[in-house]
Design a protein around this ligand. Structure first.
Ligand SMILES: NC(=O)c1ccc[n+]([C@@H]2O[C@H](COP(=O)([O-])OP(=O)(O)OC[C@H]3O[C@@H](n4cnc5c(N)ncnc54)[C@H](OP(=O)(O)O)[C@@H]3O)[C@@H](O)[C@H]2O)c1
Length: 311
């Protein structure tokens, strides 16, 4: 397929882009960076340097044309959630980098006589809010906190896609991979033997191994049976406490030094909720549809992440 990719230069994109190329797809990557994948350019990968959250990038600057040539689109663009303190200005950026990009993308799709056949759009398990007790499936209602608001508005923007374009919305859990995301931050500390659960340890972590997420995105693009919202999480959610001890075990290091919640709150402000709270989310629709996870269990995912095979 000829694919247009937005927000695919980061932690997920690093594996997704080479994976889609290996599957034989032809890619145009939109990024604010000049060249996110220098080693891959030319191998059926073109890059356009534009900010997809800026209206001027679309009609005037060639994004419309790239879109008109695409058979499928993946949109994961969004300012990183847990990197900086949540000031009011930063909260606006977290929201608008996702909602505005998706609104502009969907408006551009509506201008096309023949839109691409499929849009795979990001969202997150934060849609459901946080809870230590409730188990959430795709039919569960949205939560009431800021992350839930971002996800609802992100999904609502994607819902405006023209009827001829199949829409797949992925409520992504914590993505596990060796070189970034939550695990990437924890690994150096755990390797030194200073690791432990963050906060109470009782908060849920619904996770997916990055390779499975890439396989899921490819499947959602290629298989017309995929449509609507899916929880992109493994079937085995865990708690922060169990996650920390499994990671210690995978590394053969102690993992009993808890990181107190108030320290994170000092560093990240309200953004600390991303790690101090969580939710137990089930991939009901993926299992019903027969999607098979290569890493359904945390022990196998952590073994792979802590000892990655050379590419
Ligand atoms: N990683 C996780 O655990 C996880 C969990 C749930 C949901 N998600 C969602 O999945 C998406 C991809 O995750 P990731 O871990 O790969 O994120 P990432 O490493 O932070 O990459 C984010 C991507 O979005 C683009 N981006 C960043 N800030 C932007 C802005 N202000 N305006 C427009 N585009 C911007 C970046 O593109 P350029 O810099 O190339 O322009 C980059 O390709 C994100 O939207 C994230 O919220 C991730």
């Amino acid at each position: 397929m000829r694919l247009l990719l937005l927000g695919c230069s980061g932690f997920v994109g690093r594996e997704l882009v080479p994976f889609l190329l290996e599957l034989g797809h032809e890619l145009t990557l939109v990024s604010r960076q000049s060249q996110p994948f220098p080693a891959l350019v030319g191998k059926r990968l073109a890059c356009i340097r534009l900010d997809p959250a800026d209206a001027a990038s679309w009609a005037d600057n060639g994004l419309d044309r790239a879109l008109s040539e695409a058979e499928g689109v993946v949109n994961l663009a969004g300012e990183p959630i847990a990197e900086r303190r949540w000031t009011p200005g930063h909260c606006q950026l977290l929201l608008q980098s996702r909602v505005r990009t998706t609104e502009l993308l969907v408006a551009a799709l509506a201008r096309l006589e023949q839109p691409p056949a499929v849009l795979v759009n990001g969202s997150a398990v934060g849609f459901y809010g946080s809870s230590t007790q409730t188990r959430f499936s795709e039919t569960s209602p949205a939560g009431g906190d800021f992350l839930a608001e971002i996800c609802q508005r992100w999904e609502a923007a994607a819902d405006q896609v023209p009827a001829a374009c199949r829409l797949v919305k992925l409520r992504i859990g914590i993505v596990l991979g060796p070189d970034g995301g939550a695990l990437g931050k924890m690994l150096p500390i755990f390797r030194l033997g200073f690791g432990g659960p963050v906060g109470s340890g009782r908060q849920w972590m619904s996770w997916i191994y990055r390779h499975d997420l890439c396989r899921l995105i490819a499947t959602a693009l290629e298989d017309g049976a995929y449509s609507g919202v899916y929880n992109a999480v493994s079937p085995e959610a865990t708690t922060m406490g169990l996650f920390a001890s499994a990671l210690g075990k995978a590394l053969g290091r102690p993992s009993r030094l808890p990181v107190p919640g108030p320290i994170l709150q000092l560093l990240l402000g309200d953004g600390a909720q991303v790690v101090l709270e969580g939710q137990q989310v089930l991939p009901e629709r993926l299992l019903a549809q027969g999607f098979t996870f290569q890493y359904p269990q945390l022990s196998a995912a952590l073994a792979a992440a802590t000892n990655p095979a050379p590419r």
